[in-house]
Design a protein around this ligand. Structure first.
Ligand code: DAS
Length: 331
């Protein structure tokens, strides 16, 4: 295909390990964020064979520092880019620590069917077997693939293509850290072959109720954790700090201890929506009679950090727990 006919892909750099360097090639876990997006791209000139690539340094931070304001600005920038006839897709390079949150947020607020692919690396650019360059070129291949359209926001790492709704980081250091539990990946990138084998069914992008164009700040939502001997004061602290929603990473199937029930009751008294997620890492939190008793919400198959993202957007529309439940059953 002549270069002039290749898809036009804009790469937005946000930082992360993919843009980091260590002091030795054998050091894969202790590094500094040193590279700008141009340096990251310079390592992969081969990507010119797949797309006409341009780059923007959107921010340059470790992803544990990404906040609501950054998410809102990123969504707005992506929507402006995708509204242009001169842009066919966007790739976002991002730290892996909170990549699943950013990708799921974008999955809910991007208003285009054009591909948006989020990519990162588990090893710094200086490492033996650095995974960033191949992850990045694979992300560009996916973004340039016609079949990538209308699938929602995608995450590409380690030859796998995952739907943002289902991909999560499941290992601290391994290059195959991003896995999807029972929902599976939706495709693979093997050499030059981009193969999709599934279509995400949960509503995303142009099919959602969420438009952040006029949203200046997202409602504050915090996460508390369930464990033996836990009391309810962490919930009370979040309420005192101004949380409008609380996601509870409960034990088991979103099971509330008596102390957690006291926390849920306190949240209700303060008009704070209380969502039952789980610390388990797989499966769904199902509806339960406690939801009617305490006005709690079941998080379905969203892990706590993704449940927080959805709740922060739903709270821009409603704080009625029963209406909030319909959004968790749908997205
Ligand atoms: N430095 C962490 C981050 O920015 C890890 C990474 O990038 O992969 O998320």
């Amino acid at each position: 295909m002549p270069a002039s006919a290749l898809p036009r892909v804009v790469i937005l750099g946000t930082g992360g390990t993919i843009a980091a360097a260590a002091t030795a090639t054998t050091n894969t876990t202790d590094y500094e964020l040193t590279h700008g997006i141009e340096a990251v791209l310079a390592a992969v000139p081969e990507m010119q064979a797949y797309a006409r690539v341009s780059a923007e340094q959107f921010v340059n931070m470790a992803s544990q520092e990404v906040d609501n304001a950054t998410l809102l600005r990123l969504a707005l920038r992506i929507n402006v880019l995708l509204a242009s006839d001169d842009v066919d897709a966007v790739v976002v390079t991002h730290g892996t620590d909170t990549m699943e949150e950013t990708a799921y947020f974008l999955n809910l607020v991007v208003k285009s069917i054009k591909p948006v692919v989020v990519v990162g690396a588990m090893r710094p650019s200086t490492a033996l077997s650095a995974d960033g360059p191949l992850n990045l070129i694979n992300a560009v291949k996916v973004a340039a693939a016609p079949d990538a359209a209308a699938k929602g926001v995608l995450i590409v790492l380690n030859d796998r293509i995952g739907a943002a709704r289902h991909m999560a980081k499941t290992h601290t250091t391994a290059t195959d850290a991003f896995l999807v539990s029972e929902f599976g990946t939706i495709g693979t990138v093997l050499g030059t072959e981009v193969n999709f084998h599934a279509q995400p069914l949960r509503a995303h992008t142009i099919h959602t109720d969420f438009d952040v164009t006029q949203v200046a700040t997202l409602p504050k939502v915090d996460i508390t954790y369930g464990y033996q001997n836990a009391d309810s004061y962490m919930v009370d602290a979040a309420i005192t700090a101004g949380a409008k929603g609380i996601v509870y990473a409960a034990t088991g199937n979103g099971t509330l201890s008596e102390a957690a029930k006291r926390g849920a009751a306190s949240a209700r008294e303060h008009g704070v929506v209380f969502v039952r997620s789980t610390r388990v890492g797989g499966g769904s939190v199902t509806h339960h009679r406690v939801d009617a008793e305490l006005d709690t919400v079941a998080a379905n198959s969203l892990n706590p950090q993704k449940a927080r993202i959805l709740l922060s957007l739903v709270l821009t529309l409603t704080s009625d727990p029963r209406r909030v439940q319909t959004y968790f059953d749908h997205y």
